[in-house]
Design a protein around this ligand. Sequence first.
Ligand SMILES: CC(=O)SCCNC(=O)CCNC(=O)[C@H](O)C(C)(C)COP(=O)(O)OP(=O)(O)OC[C@H]1O[C@@H](n2cnc3c(N)ncnc32)[C@H](O)[C@@H]1OP(=O)(O)O
Ligand SMILES: CC(C)C(=O)C(=O)O
Ligand SMILES: [Mg+2]
Length: 521
Amino acid sequence: MSSEQIIIFDTTLRDGEQSPGCSMNTKEKLEVARALVDLNVDVIEAGFPIASPGDFEAVQMIAERFSDRSTICALARSREDDIAKAKAALANAEKRRIHVFLATSAIHREHKLKMDKQQIIERAISSVADAKEFCDDVEFSPEDAARTELDFLCEVVEKTIAAGATTVNIPDTVGYATPNHYFKVISYLKDNVSNIDKAIISTHCHNDLGLAVANSLSAIEAGARQVECTINGLGERAGNAALEEVVMALRTRADFYNVHTNIKTERLFPTSQLVSSITGMKVQRNKAIVGRNAFAHEAGIHQHGVLQERTTYEIMRAEDVGYAGENLVLGKHSGRHAFRDRVKELGFELDDQTFQKTFDDFIALADKKKEIYDSDIIALIDNRMTDAPVRWKLISFHTSAGSAAVPTATLELQCEDQPVLCDAATGDGPIDAVFRALERIIEITARLEDFQVRSVSEGKDALGEVRVTINVLGRPYLGKGVSTDIIEAATAAYLQALNKADADRQAGVVSAAEKLTAKVP
Ligand SMILES: CC(=O)SCCNC(=O)CCNC(=O)[C@H](O)C(C)(C)COP(=O)(O)OP(=O)(O)OC[C@H]1O[C@@H](n2cnc3c(N)ncnc32)[C@H](O)[C@@H]1OP(=O)(O)O
Ligand SMILES: CC(C)C(=O)C(=O)O
Ligand SMILES: [Mg+2]
């Protein structure tokens, strides 16, 4: 059985713009329209021309620029003046559609429109006929269809199709439907509207119960062939069905739905980003398809699986939706396989011992830091790759400082298997106090010649790298340390430099140097 096409009708610029705080100016709407055309949506609902001169202008300009590629649609109430404005806005459009709507549910009839069923039918028919005089492509929406009596809904749909509607949209205006209920509504229309084959059945689902996408898919199962949706699920209240979710569900489960869309899926992520930046509506990280976490694996077991075979934990490929970011995110839940993979990608070949030490450093860092960047990993590797002697190890350090306190450092160090030594010192600041305490325990007096500190990665919790150069009896020694705590990084750097001086002392090198530079303090 060959796969049928689902028409993707994007209403980001109309219903999407109805999201509080999401108004766009004409220039912004043109940018979004361009992105939608590049995404290859079939129909763009560009606005509601009667609503404001700005909406009118936007529909007109979008129609002039893009109607050769996508059908441009304008919304109108079932009123002559609305339809006249829609016609005027679309006057120069190549592919154009007028979308007329009128509520049909008892609640809307009685309380909002104050019209009875007969008046609704007559108004709907005359409006569709009015729009039809201008263009062949006319869509009719019985607003609040999901809460409309089924027999009355069938009557409205049948009569508007007879009047010329080529698409009948069945809106779940208030997000009241559930998947099985909505399936039954569409099936009922298919079974009870005599001319239903003369029009395309469309869905327009709102997300008040978080079911907009599920309901849209259910309608497709029942025979709907157009889906109205928005980028990032923008729209009135909780929004509309998210275009990217509907499209990727149909593509990923083509085995089940046996339908396809014309969407260039690799444009989904960039389009989502564009709409987010223009509207200021951030995409939540765990949002399906276009959230930053949508293709990210942090858990070691998942990362191990994905490294062996991507499909163990991925049902879609990030590149198919245009996401180019990293999908194996290193963090506290990552394991050795993913870490080794990244180390290799960064171009390092570590022996087992260095790898294990670096991995331990990485896990310790991941406990402190939300995100681990490649630059963090490089700094950790670099730190472990130095062949510096490590006779003295830092067991613990404690500093206290403040405007009214004398900066003090208390340190515990261990030299090989000897008992742990503890000492304290004061200084000009906490780092100076640490340096003095280190010198006291190791019994080496050094002169600090250079001290540099820089941030290795991004964010407030970034790794800091400290590099020091000390002079011991005329010989320079370099030390480097990295940590999210700059005092800890400075301690590690100074200790590394002192360990080098200590190694020379052990080897008798310092005493030789001492003779040569006897005057150096
Ligand atoms: C479900 C949806 O998303 S529908 C689209 C909703 N979008 C918008 O409303 C966005 C833009 N809206 C607007 O700018 C304004 O509401 C306008 C310009 C459309 C109308 O403004 P106003 O003339 O001031 O009317 P207001 O919005 O206060 O009331 C709506 C009127 O439209 C009528 N109406 C509502 N829907 C329809 C309809 N489908 N067909 C005919 N009349 C309708 C109401 O009965 C009410 O009529 P009344 O003024 O005779 O009492
Ligand atoms: C205008 C109509 C289709 C609408 O947005 C709705 O009913 O939600
Ligand atoms: Mg809507």
